[in-house]
Design a protein around this ligand. Sequence first.
Ligand code: CS2
Ligand code: MG
Length: 412
Amino acid sequence: MIIDRAEVIVTSPDRNFVTLKLSTDDGLTGLGDATLNGRELAVVGYLSDHVVPLLIGRDAHRIEDTWQFLYRGAYWRRGPVTMAAIAAVDTALWDLKGKAAGLPVYQLLGGASRTGLLAYGHASGRDLPELFDSVRAHREQGYRAIRIQTGVPGLRSIYGIASNVTVEANAGVRYDHEPAQRSARPQEEDWDTRAYLRHVPGVFEAVRGEFGPELPLLHDAHHRLTPIQAARLGKSLEPYDLFWLEDATPAENPEALRLVRQHTVTPLAIGEVFNSVWDYQQIIREQLIDYVRSAVTHTGGITHLRRILDYAAQYQIKSGIHGPTDISPVGMAAALHLGLAIHNFGIQEYMKHGTRTDEVFRQSFTWRDGLLHPGDRPGLGVDLDVDEAGKYPYVRAYLPYNRLADGTVHDW
Ligand code: CS2
Ligand code: MG
């Protein structure tokens, strides 16, 4: 099964996606997601100019060898662009191997360890009534676990809140928050940690009051707090029994989490901006997190994320794979196959893609009674309609950034 063609396909149905399509001399094709939100073209260049020429003529069955060749052979290791490029190749090779074997990828990874994958959706609201409506809407869609993001009095726009812009842009369809805005420059947002820390516990008290004690609730602090502020938030949310508090503090400095752990038992999830096992080594070894948040797309593919999750399993740390709209249906399918096979599965993030995206990427995964399943088609189970993709050329889009009241740039 020799690779005889490799194409990097960029399309922007509802948002930008980068997909690697590998074709082999026996007529099979494999897909890999290489979408890096707000920096998509950097990965396109890395793949097209440097990796694609190396793939032609390679034996597609040799997944591990190709992984090592691209990781060690590049000399310059790790980082979001490199690991997204390697992830796309790795995922496409698993797709090919599944098709060659006539088996869904999860069967190649050891078979199913469960009947389906618990998933959470994004409920958000600028105020409580809007938030409650969003929670109800997600429960009606079948979600059994819900991430809660709320507006903060005094702040114009804040991470995680579906803004009017997205509702209007989607013909009135209440669309989960899409962080990357199509524009020539990134949108500036304002932030005030003290206002946020005063407001959020009351919101969770109200949500528990309205929806009861059982419903698993998650929250994403999105990297904005200092370690002691994160400790305070975790502690103040303990009465509301969160499933997890995510990205409470930027994790470049793993030791920062020791202070958070000292003060709270609220479970911690981290890792969507991590790219390799080395980013996790200390925080897993010191038991400083409870959930690994990486996506297949940003962490060197199925091969490397499985390695991280196998390491995490030794510490009873579970998966919480990243699944926002900027992970394409190919990246989502890869996450579902991995999630179905591993033992230490925790939960899967599931933001639904837009209708145009579903026409470009024909998926076979199922969503039933709050559980996802990758389906049983050979490979990953996703087809890319190249003609449909061609209708939507790349549109520059940026993630927002934050400034504090005094003008200081802050973590977004
Ligand atoms: C977020 C993402 O889903 C999440 O947990 O942190 O929405 C994140 O902001 C985007 O993926 C950034 O591209
Ligand atoms: Mg997050």
